[in-house]
Write a protein that binds this ligand. Structure first.
Ligand code: ZN
Ligand code: ZN
Length: 264
């Protein structure tokens, strides 16, 4: 297992990524390539976001864009305040924008559910996912010949998802719950059904099935958006054992720390 981690994001010419935190209490993923830095989602308060960005040596003024996946509060709480304070453009689908939940932002860029956007030398491709939001997407990033997939907040694996993510060199992948723990856990019945549905979140078994569809071994596999009540790293490792062995570097994105910069 090799951990390639670096102090400053500005040292990266290659494609690199890190996280402000991951889970139902707030999400945010940073991607950096050849001087372009973007943030995917921001589910923390402004103050907390600034604190977490500085932990990763990122100045908010240097962010080229915020890409939003969908309107759930763990992904958008800090988007409006951060975009307004630092004048950052916000990229999102028309469906997400029309929920009205982002509030005012200095510049809105509506993205299609497919096709690519280029910022500097970074190419960003949205992929539509099945999740209980208005028009949710997840994103694939390409730069310097490498591909990073960010894939959380989806209830099932569609052909479109497996086709688009097949070539990834690194992946931030949801392993949200253990179905048995969810079933026996503290959630009300309606929430159990929502989380476990085709429009909810990926179970450990679904994450394992997805990893089997990848065409090449991963340099980095980050397991993310784990439920604190309905999952544990030990459960994930047990179910994903065969897939984990094939990746060069495997880690968990945690709610409080996210994870430090990884270079692909
Ligand atoms: Zn979420
Ligand atoms: Zn969600």
């Amino acid at each position: 297992m090799i951990v390639t981690s670096c102090r400053s994001s500005f040292e990266f010419q290659s494609l690199a990524f890190s996280s402000l935190g991951s889970g139902s209490k707030g999400n945010g993923t940073l991607i950096s390539h050849a001087g372009t830095q973007v943030l995917v989602d921001c589910g923390f308060t402004l103050k907390e976001t600034e604190r977490r960005l500085s932990r990763l040596d990122v100045s908010p003024e240097k962010l080229s864009a915020i890409f939003v996946t969908h309107e759930h509060s763990d992904h958008i709480n800090g988007v409006g305040p951060l975009a307004r304070k630092y004048g950052i453009p916000v990229y999102l689908t028309a469906g997400t924008w029309h929920t009205g939940r982002i509030g005012e932002v200095p510049r809105v860029e509506l993205i299609p559910g497919h096709g690519s956007i280029q910022l500097g030398e970074l190419i960003i491709s949205p992929v539509a996912v099945p999740h209980d939001a208005r028009e949710p997407v997840q994103y694939i990033f390409q730069g310097g010949g490498k591909t990073l997939g960010v894939l959380t907040d989806l209830g099932s694996l569609t052909q479109q998802v497996t086709d688009h993510y097949a070539d990834c060199d690194a992946l931030v992948l949801e392993a949200n719950h253990c179905p048995v723990m969810l079933d026996n856990g503290p959630y009300p019945e309606s929430l159990k059904q929502r989380v476990g549905s085709d429009w909810g979140h990926l179970s450990n078994q679904q994450a394992a099935a997805f990893l089997k569809t990848l065409v090449k071994p991963l340099k980095h596999l980050v397991l993310a958006h784990l439920s604190e009540q309905n999952n544990s790293p030990a459960k994930v490792e047990q179910v994903l054992k065969a897939q984990i062995q094939k990746a060069e570097n495997v880690l968990f994105a945690c709610q409080h720390q996210g994870f430090n910069w990884l270079s692909i």
